[in-house]
Ligand binder design. Sequence first.
Ligand code: ATP
Ligand code: MG
Length: 376
Amino acid sequence: MILPGATLGMLGGGQLGRMFTTAAQTMGYKVIVLDPDPLSPAGIIADQHLCAKYDDKVILESLALACDAVTTEFENIPASTLAYLESKTVVHPSSKALEKTQNRIIEKQFIASLGIAVAPFLPIRTEEDIDDVESHIQLPGILKVANFGYDGKGQVVCHSLDEVRQAFALLNQAECVFEERIDLDREVSTVLARGQLGDISNFPVAENIHINGILHSTTVPSAISDEQARTVMEIADKIAESLNYVGTMAVEFFISKEGDIITNEIAPRPHNSGHFTLDACETSQFEQQVRMLCNLPSGNCELKSPVVMINILGDIWGSSQPDWHDLLSIPNNKLHLYGKQEARVGRKMGHFNVLAASTEQAMVVANNSFERLKAD
Ligand code: ATP
Ligand code: MG
């Protein structure tokens, strides 16, 4: 058990690392953040910020020495970095778990090997691989870079083999996966926390709307049936068990028009669609991450209130900041900003949660508040 007063390491200084840092500091831990960006959202609030690359051995050595345990907010930390830290201190999730989620091909093959449905896919490593597309996948499909994709970046929708060839060239012939485009009814996700003894606690299933491949809103509870929600959680639990995962983890799902549940991807960390837990659950996904890392009992995951979360992207910054006063004039709007200096299109700057008596009411308030924020 690692008790308050101890020092925790965070690999990655983005907003997820920042919200972990806040949760850990609230509970009395010290946090050291490693991130090469001098102005990273987590680095600027951490007890200490190591501003260095993720493979800097000297820095990793000092991080391991200073920290009782280390975790991550970012699946693209080199697995070798985690493996190195594992030889020196407590690290969760493990390098082995991360390796399975860093590359889309490995990830999909792993999920499929558990007998869990994924969208039909084909690895594309060379021009010739594209010739096989039509015998495996019904067009249209989506060509996705296998490594380092996020927020829909490195993805191209293709309606013909010619378009796949053009897209592959556009993506610089990087290793890719070509995936059937599912006719979506809904998208949902679920966040869970798994402890060192294999105990799992599940947050309620969240329903997500993406715009241009970026999460726009999350609504909880989801409108899917109880049976579908149970299945979604069972699949997520099975994946976590197979990874021998320790920590907070999320799984994203497609629900097709036919009602099939298709697993999209795994996030070996807290997830944007779990930000509702900050205000609507007894325990946030970040507090769970702290608890799991420190081998403490998991907190209560129950939902206290229906909630809608809306992401605030850099797109809505004009010559000045959005009108936060107006947003906060609604007493149940809870604002979370990540302390990013520069607002850019598509950049996640913050989010707000709206609690209400029903998801319908929360949605009306959330949409209205967001329209006003945008119009500003
Ligand atoms: P993130 O890591 O931020 O979730 P990502 O870059 O890994 O994003 P994906 O989850 O693969 O991206 O895709 C982003 C969104 O694009 C999905 O949530 C979904 O809305 C849409 N999308 C992706 N793949 C498919 C598919 N095969 N069929 C239908 N829609 C898809
Ligand atoms: Mg995704």
